[in-house]
Design a protein. Structure first.
Length: 290
């Protein structure tokens, strides 16, 4: 019996020693992985605004008053920033479109996207954001909302009422456009490649990160649709991988019968530059004006 007990004790000691060895090996693997994950998540949290607002990638802004039919204007935000924008008055009886551009874009891109609408006689106010187009300030959700309010205030002060204004938001610009439509009386809202919310977009890009808890800028478009009283047009490419087409379907469902959804088969996130977009907007605006 003593010999049996000694053998059992030896086996237990060997088992415990082996278990501790494997635990130490496991910890040596898991702890660095946890540290790496924390580093990645922390970096994404700290760098989220430069990643979201790619102002440094926007094209060089057009030269002062060099665009035929447009004039450069400046509007002051409530926090004291003077932002440049481009304005083209509407033909008699025509609506004025306020265009909020997408990310890594600016006034130059806004001109290209809206040139066919300008040729139709629509008025255009091409909004410049803080931090973009060499404007002062740093972009954020609240900052872009302040820029939008400032632009609409400038338009109102220059004789264009909300009843004659249609807001157009492309991609990132769908956020400030929706916020303005939810808080101002306007004639209509057009979203091109719009999103339900920024966390929804980020969650599909970074499924391993708790982005819904970490994101400071949310642009909750779908949550604001109930506050938009104006008719809504949603244009979206079915092959969009940046903001999947499902966002458009969900937005249209949230707005009900006030919304028209127009899919563009096989087109991706570059939809705003497609020659098919302006005719779709023009047809909808013609129906709106009846």
């Amino acid at each position: 019996m003593p010999e049996f007990s000694r053998q059992a004790g030896s086996r237990r000691a060997q088992y415990q020693q082996g278990s501790e060895m494997w635990s130490n090996k496991l910890l040596s693997i898991v702890l660095p992985l946890i540290g790496l994950y924390v580093l990645i998540v922390g970096s994404l949290y700290v760098l989220q605004r430069p990643m979201i607002f790619q102002a440094g990638m926007s094209p060089v802004p057009p030269v002062l008053n060099s665009v035929p039919g447009f004039q450069e204007v400046s509007h002051r935000t409530e926090d004291g920033l003077d932002l440049r924008a481009l304005y083209r008055p509407a033909a008699p009886g025509a609506l004025t479109l306020v265009y909020f551009h997408g990310n890594a874009d600016g006034l130059s891109g806004s001109l290209r996207v809206t040139e066919r609408l300008a040729a139709k006689g629509y008025g255009l106010l091409l909004v410049g954001y803080r931090g973009y187009d060499r404007n002062p300030g740093s972009p954020s959700e609240e900052g872009l909302y302040a820029d939008g309010r400032s632009a609409l205030r400038w338009l109102s002060e220059h004789g264009v009422p909300g009843s004659g204004t249609v807001l157009v938001g492309n991609s990132l610009g769908s956020g400030p456009a929706t916020e303005m439509a939810a808080t101002h009386p306007v004639a209509g809202l057009v979203l091109i490649s719009g999103y339900t919310s920024l966390p929804d977009v980020a969650a599909s890009t970074y499924p391993f990160v708790p982005v819904r808890l970490l994101m400071r800028d949310r642009f909750d478009n779908i949550g604001k649709f109930s506050q938009v009283m104006a008719p809504i047009l949603i244009l979206h490419g079915t092959a969009d991988r940046t903001i999947p087409y499902d966002h458009a379907v969900r937005l249209a469902g949230a707005a009900g019968n006030r919304t028209r959804l127009v899919p563009f088969e096989g087109i991706g996130h570059e939809l705003a530059g497609s020659p098919m977009v302006s005719p779709a907007i023009d047809r909808w605006l013609s129906f709106l004006a009846r």
